[in-house]
Design a protein around this ligand. Structure first.
Ligand SMILES: Cc1cc2nc3c(=O)[nH]c(=O)nc-3n(C[C@H](O)[C@H](O)[C@H](O)COP(=O)(O)OP(=O)(O)OC[C@H]3O[C@@H](n4cnc5c(N)ncnc54)[C@H](O)[C@@H]3O)c2cc1C
Length: 353
């Protein structure tokens, strides 16, 4: 039998599986010998209490050993000879589409204008040190797409386009920390994310998929009113069962190409924002009441929302302890402009990239 128990515990208890087990037994008045296993299935920090506490939802296995969950990778088929699906873009959309092709028995053939995650680093250094932007290999273009060198925040819980849980489990099976499906605000970590991306590449190749880097798609091959293939900038052509466009929002040349081919595209409303930088200890003090954060507490974050004239105004993508990176995709004269201003009693400093 499985029972779910909610707990509110100290940081130290939340960090120790044996203390969690004892807390569960105490709270639910369970006989110790009946509790075979306790798994934390949800974890969030309650920063309102002083000191901060941790909310846990635990699955408690009573007189029953939990079945190991079958790996999603076990669903994948060898696809060397299967019909080919051409995927343009090796960002999150392209790589996850490729994994779904493996599950469905199709051979994904990916093309990305950029380089693989390792070689791409050299071009990022050139941006940071000399302000030189390679239009095909930069913070937005290359293996893993725009977020490869971010800390990989996985905050969305949208269910509109499928199950988040499957995405999180696939990331875990490729090297992300097993806690990401459990934490309320999970992130993969900038130190791990490029390796997770490279592990996904290995899976795609292992099952018979293909990935072509430094391969910029410049045209679609349309015959009998259907998209049948693609043409690369160097003139090579590929035909496939289907063509999937996963080029992200920075590939302006793709929008021009679609326009040239008379393929209708719809614009999405977008949000316009400014960046506000705060010292991390300030946010830690406001949120946790601790300027020197406890070692078991993650860097604190916040979210603000309100309505102005019927429209939502919100803080987006708080990046605790983050770095600022220039995400230009074409050569620019000046990479950043700084301005300072006063709003009421507050002083704001902004850098426009
Ligand atoms: C610095 C930074 C930090 C971020 N941090 C986060 C975060 O923490 N959490 C989060 O959820 N989101 C984050 N994002 C946003 C996130 O990265 C994007 O939402 C996501 O990458 C979009 O995925 P995508 O696959 O649709 O497109 P992209 O990631 O843009 O990938 C598109 C790919 O297509 C390739 N491509 C483009 N044109 C062509 C062409 N003509 N031929 C061949 N290949 C082409 C590009 O090289 C690229 O690799 C961040 C973005 C940036 C820039």
């Amino acid at each position: 039998m499985i029972q779910h128990i909610d707990l509110r515990v100290s940081l130290e208890t939340a960090d120790d599986p044996e203390l969690i087990r004892l807390a569960v037994i105490r709270k639910a008045h369970l006989p110790s010998e009946d509790v075979v296993d306790v798994k934390v299935v949800r974890r969030s920090i309650d920063a309102r209490s002083r000191p901060p506490q941790v909310q846990l939802r635990c699955a408690v296995f009573l007189r029953e050993v939990p079945e190991p969950e079958p790996a999603i990778l076990a669903e994948f088929k060898q696809v060397d000879e299967a019909p080919e699906i051409l995927i343009i873009g090796a960002g999150p959309a392209g790589y996850f589409a490729a994994l779904e092709c493996l599950a469905a028995g199709y051979k994904p053939v990916l093309f990305d204008r950029g380089k693989d995650a390792q070689d791409r680093r050299r071009d990022l250094r050139a941006i940071q040190q000399f302000g030189e932007v390679d239009p095909d290999s930069n913070y937005c273009f290359g293996e893993g797409g725009a977020g490869t060198y971010s800390d990989g925040k996985l905050y969305t819980r949208s269910v509109k386009r499928g199950k988040m849980e499957r995405v999180l489990r696939l990331l875990v099976e490729h090297g992300a920390h097993p806690d990401i499906p459990v934490d309320a605000h999970p992130h993969i970590g900038s130190n791990k994310l490029p390796q997770v991306v490279m592990n996904i590449r290995e899976t795609i190749r292992h099952f018979g998929g293909e990935i072509h880097f430094s391969s910029k798609v410049s045209d679609l091959i349309i015959r009998d009113a259907a998209i049948q293939g693609i043409r690369l900038e160097d003139g090579r052509e590929w035909m496939g069962r289907a063509v999937l466009l996963a080029t992200g929002h920075s590939a302006r040349d793709i929008f021009h190409m679609l326009n040239r081919l008379g393929i209708p595209i719809e614009f999405k409303p977008y949000a316009l924002g400014v960046r506000i930088e705060h010292p991390q200890p300030l946010i830690d003090e406001i949120q946790y009441g601790q300027r020197n954060r406890h070692e078991l507490l993650p860097a604190s974050s916040y979210g603000l929302t309100c309505q102005v004239d019927g429209r939502g105004v919100f803080s987006f993508c708080m990046c605790p302890g983050g770095l600022v990176v220039p995400t230009a995709t074409s050569p620019v004269k000046s990479l950043s402009t700084e301005c300072r201003c006063r709003v009421g009693t507050a002083r704001l400093q902004m850098r426009v990239l």
